[in-house]
Design a protein around this ligand. Sequence first.
Ligand code: F6P
Length: 319
Amino acid sequence: MSLAIICSGGDAPGMNPAIKKFVDYVYDKGEKSYFIYDGLEGLIDNNIKEASYKDVAGIVHLGGTIIRSSRSKRFYEHKYRKQAYENLKALDIDGIVVLGGDGSFRAMEVFSSEFSINFVGIPSTIDNDIYGSEYCLGVDTSLNVIRDAIDKIRDTASSFNRAFIVEVMGRECGYLAAVSAVVSGAEICVIPEVEFDKENVQKRLKAEIDNGRRYVLAIVAEGTNKSSEIHDWIEKELGLETRVSILGHIQRGGNPTVYDRLMAFDFTIAAVDYLLAHKDSNKVVIYNKGELSFIEIEEVCSKKYVLSQKLIDSIKYLD
Ligand code: F6P
């Protein structure tokens, strides 16, 4: 059999360990492996090459993806999806491992509804917002990058009488912000899933400032679009000079953590085994309570990821 691997959408730390495991494991199984370079753009342009163990030597510790990725606009058009399908057929590729997030999975849902393709998706996004899986590849590394940044910002915040707003990624999902706020002991957390109770927070922080609090850390999810509003509010109502730090794409970089590497291996082995055993898979491999399982792509794409009540409760103390 011939299996291919592709990265699509935002890169996530852990993609390279997954790519390495893919090539090594498919080789061990006596099958052929291919790289689809440049995401769905490369699939359209037939940028597909056979992979060898040499290609994946020395990559396990690297962030990003050696086969690169893209956000393809052309893939929205049927004629390009047809071209992509023909490229796969011409190489006799029997199955694809897709490392991507929700946009990529939606693209695969449309693609698989039109053409007979066999794929398993691996949830790979720092946003951690894929329905059905409590964990997505890359989120652990990203959380550690954010934790490190906030620890450093705390150093400077605590040296002044200042508030700092740290804006973190996550698209419409507040996962990165909520976990980061909890583990960093932030005073404020603003996420799209919970209404921000300004009045309560103001009362609590005013009392603390009167009692000697000298600085404030606020973690704001990018999906709320509220960083500048919170900035103005803190300056006006709490009387603290305030700075905004938008962490940006640094959150997608860095060497994958031990956890992301181990999960990359487990996800990839499960995906390859599934593809080798099934001829018509439109599945996503998901992780919950220590177990991997598979769900249909339609289910992943039609339902919305919701933050666990436990996580929401853990930021309640900030109200
Ligand atoms: O989906 C991952 C992510 O990093 C989001 O958190 C962020 O909103 C977006 O991608 C940024 O996209 P781009 O790299 O295209 O600017």
